[in-house]
Design a protein. Structure first.
Length: 60
């Protein structure tokens, strides 16, 4: 119970001291993470598509 109260205190301290710029930079980090995940998915799909195309062309 005490641990969760400490976490709440820490997070409220962080929010109290964080400037709009800090919040913006945090949002940018989150956006970069989402972007890199999306890029990974796109590349994986492209590789799978190429893989299946090359397999189907060799079968003929």
């Amino acid at each position: 119970m005490q641990e969760s109260q400490e976490v709440d205190a820490k997070s409220s301290l962080l929010h109290a001291h964080s400037t709009p710029q800090d919040i913006q930079s945090h949002n940018n980090v989150v956006n970069v993470q989402h972007l890199s995940e999306a890029i990974v998915v796109i590349i994986r799909n492209m590789l799978l598509t190429l893989h299946y195309r090359s397999n189907s062309s060799t079968d003929k």
